[in-house]
Design a binder for this molecule. Structure first.
Ligand SMILES: CC(=O)N[C@H]1[C@@H](OP(=O)(O)OP(=O)(O)OC[C@H]2O[C@@H](n3ccc(=O)[nH]c3=O)[C@H](O)[C@@H]2O)O[C@H](CO)[C@@H](O)[C@@H]1O
Ligand SMILES: C=C(OP(=O)(O)O)C(=O)O
Length: 427
């Protein structure tokens, strides 16, 4: 595990352009989909991230053959082929590193009739139970036993389509059940499905593989099971959270950045907040967007995280960093994860004025942040601190860079190309 740190000497307005990478949170379920079929699945526009490597190792130990290449745009391309599931066990040592490992559960049970996946446990941002994943598989006829820290799911005669009504919206549970339902006998209806764009991206890929899915982009997905799937090639959608993070980099430093390949149509809630905060945003459609913040201070805007199309929890820490410099006071409320304010004490050490009351944080804007050594316990909190460091006077050292390596491809290169004074250092 890399224990390097990111060191930033803040204060430069960032100007330039950044190419947005493929989305981590789309890539992971797309890779897991290979387990549904013996036919090859080629994924292009993959980001080179630690999480992609972790899932590649997990898939390989389940029997997936992985051929690595480079696509026409220079991004990572993987051809995944799983002639058969050679191992039903997803071990604790891999699952604990990355919660998205739970996404192998649905596909392996659906195809092989049995899977044994380590319970992921909690993580820095919350408890993150998997009861909804298990409920969905039970609704499709799987027997589930929890033993020795593992979920043991069995459906020896195959899954059977049914109605899966989720009591709360879950991205991962929707993805797991969507994949499993592709091979279940008959029709599956997922009610209260998550509507995140990464789910539609997964559905498009599954349909290219021969799955029959209706209701894309809605909270009701209808899946007609098929007996087998065919080869497919799919380009991973652009990362709306990476794009949102760099949009904040432009706003917080009073700069101007063009985000090539960003999709403004799936970033509306984030862009609304940034626009209301005083940024000027130019929508270039499929080409991307340009964001600038040239006049006056940031306006304080209240933000509440919600499932898509609401404001994403994965942008909360970054927008909080921005709001520390606002001209008034504002409130950020986190409704998705119970412990996603780990960046608050670190931002406070940089001079921010933030008071947390339960799931809300009251931010009173300050005129300036000052650099400090900081440490975050999760990916987006780390990015929030990088953004604060870009705006602060003096030097900020963000420790535990491995969190950032989970979700931001070539972070320092992309920011440096826009004028940031940023480097990776050994600690
Ligand atoms: C790899 C990936 O795509 N990760 C994203 C995914 O995580 P993930 O899929 O884990 O998040 P969920 O949408 O499942 O979680 C939403 C809420 O539902 C709860 N819950 C979830 C499942 C369950 O079985 N029981 C339960 O109670 C969670 O604790 C949380 O409070 O969506 C989150 C919400 O947009 C994002 O922050 C993560 O970046
Ligand atoms: C919380 C995140 O990821 P994961 O679900 O993989 O922990 C994230 O991408 O912000």
């Amino acid at each position: 595990m890399a224990l390097d740190a990111i060191q930033i000497r803040g204060g430069n307005p960032l100007r330039g352009s950044i190419q947005i990478s493929g989305a981590k949170n789309a890539a992971l379920p797309l890779m897991a989909a290979t387990l549904l079929s013996d036919a090859p699945l080629t994924l292009t526009n993959l980001p080179r991230l630690a999480d992609i490597g972790t899932l590649t190792s997990l898939l390989a130990q389940h029997g997936t053959e992985v051929t690595e290449g480079v696509d026409a745009n220079g991004s990572l391309q993987l051809t995944l082929r799983t002639p058969r599931i050679t191992e039903i066990l997803a071990p604790y040592d891999i699952v604990r590193k990355m919660r998205a490992s739970i996404l192998v559960l649905g596909p392996i049970v659906a195809r092989h009739g049995e899977a044994k996946v380590s319970l992921p446990g909690g993580c820095a941002i919350g408890n993150r139970p998997i009861d909804l994943h298990l409920k969905g598989l039970k609704d499709l006829g799987a027997d589930i036993i929890l033993e020795d820290g593992y979920v043991h799911a069995k459906a020896p005669n195959g899954l059977v389509g049914g109605v899966v009504n989720f009591p709360i919206v879950s991205v991962g549970a929707t993805e797991n059940i969507l994949m499993a339902a592709c091979l279940a006998r008959g029709t599956t209806i997922i009610e209260n499905a998550a509507r995140e764009p990464e789910i539609a991206d997964l559905a498009y890929c599954l349909m290219a593989m021969g799955a029959q899915i209706d209701g894309l982009g809605t909270d009701r997905l209808v899946i007609e099971g098929v007996t087998s799937l065919r080869p497919a090639t799919h380009a991973v959608m652009p990362d709306r959270i990476e794009a949102g993070s760099y949009a904040v980099a432009a706003a917080i430093t009073g700069g101007k950045i063009t985000l090539h390949g960003a999709r403004p149509d799936i970033m509306l809630a984030t862009l609304d907040v940034l626009r209301n905060a005083g940024a000027e945003i130019t929508d270039h459609g499929a080409e991307g967007l340009t964001i600038a913040h040239s006049t006056g201070r940031i306006r304080g805007i209240d933000v509440v995280t919600q499932p898509f199309p609401g404001f994403p929890t994965d942008m909360q820490a970054q927008v909080m960093a921005l709001m520390t410099l606002c001209d008034s006071a504002c409130m950020i409320t986190e409704t998705i994860f119970e412990n996603r304010f780990m960046h608050v004490p670190e931002l406070t050490r940089m001079g921010a004025d933030i008071t947390v009351h339960g799931s809300s944080a009251m931010i009173r804007g300050v005129r300036q942040l000052t650099g400090a050594p900081v440490m975050a316990t999760d990916l987006r909190a780390s990015m929030g601190l990088v953004l604060a460091g870009l705006a602060a006077t003096g030097t900020t050292t963000v420790n535990r860079v491995y969190h950032l390596d989970r979700g931001y491809e070539r972070l320092e290169d992309k920011l440096r190309a826009c004028g940031a004074d940023i480097e990776r250092i050994k600690t």
